[in-house]
Design a protein around this ligand. Structure first.
Ligand code: URA
Length: 209
């Protein structure tokens, strides 16, 4: 059973409050999304396995720890997820990056993958799936299914702002997934935006509003 972690570190709360403000412009918004992604990844990577290695300091040889086991892949859900990638790569520069783009067919309501490009060995990697907003949970659910279909087994979803409905939808469809989020907000409005949320994350990141 996966867990849901609302990471309420003071730095995270502070930075998230700043970007909720509608007056914050694209440049600051982008920088803070990167910083928040980095801080959330710090928490989400807490259980990465370690192994012993020998290291020779200028003083003496010693046994210390380094990351062991599965390598990581960062997979943003297009387009807003792109805003979180650089912050994560600053912490984990060796991670590979995949991309998933999907939309829902308005008639069939079935998910349509319009773009998916993943590292070849995705089945060997732990995946950090990233999207700033977990609203209805539709695209996260579908992206997780797309990853599982290609063999990914260990997937963590990292979001900045989540709705209770989005979390429930993802947990319902994929009970094994861990979710790390900076905030579980009140809910959704009639247009599917998170309340109070921070508006359209993609538009605010890319200056398209
Ligand atoms: N996507 C966004 O960018 N914002 C929301 O509030 C919901 C979905």
């Amino acid at each position: 059973m996966g867990k849901v972690v609302e990471v309420n570190h003071p730095l995270i709360q502070h930075k998230l409050t700043i970007i909720r403000d509608e007056k914050v412009g694209t440049k600051d918004f982008r920088a803070l999304v990167d910083e928040l992604a980095m801080l959330l990844t710090y928490e989400a990577s807490r259980d990465l396995p370690l192994e012993d290695v020998q290291v020779k300091t200028p003083i003496q040889e010693t046994t210390k720890k380094q990351l062991a086991g599965k390598k990581l892949a960062v997979v943003p859900i297009l387009r807003a997820g792109l805003g979180m990638v650089d912050g994560i790569l600053q912490l984990i520069p060796a991670a590979k990056v995949g991309h998933i783009g999907m939309y829902r067919d308005e008639k069939t309501l079935e998910p349509v993958e319009y773009f998916i490009k993943l590292p070849e060995d995705i089945d060997q990697r732990e995946v950090l799936l990233v999207d700033p907003m977990l609203a209805t949970g539709g695209s996260a659910k579908d992206a997780i299914s797309a990853l599982k279909k290609r063999g990914a087994e260990q997937i963590k979803l990292i979001t900045l702002v989540s709705s209770p409905q989005g979390i429930a939808a993802v947990k319902d469809a994929h009970p094994d997934i861990d979710i790390y989020t900076a905030s579980i907000d009140e809910g959704l409005n009639d247009d599917g935006y998170i309340v109070p949320g921070l508006g359209d994350a993609g538009d605010r990141l890319f200056g398209t509003h």
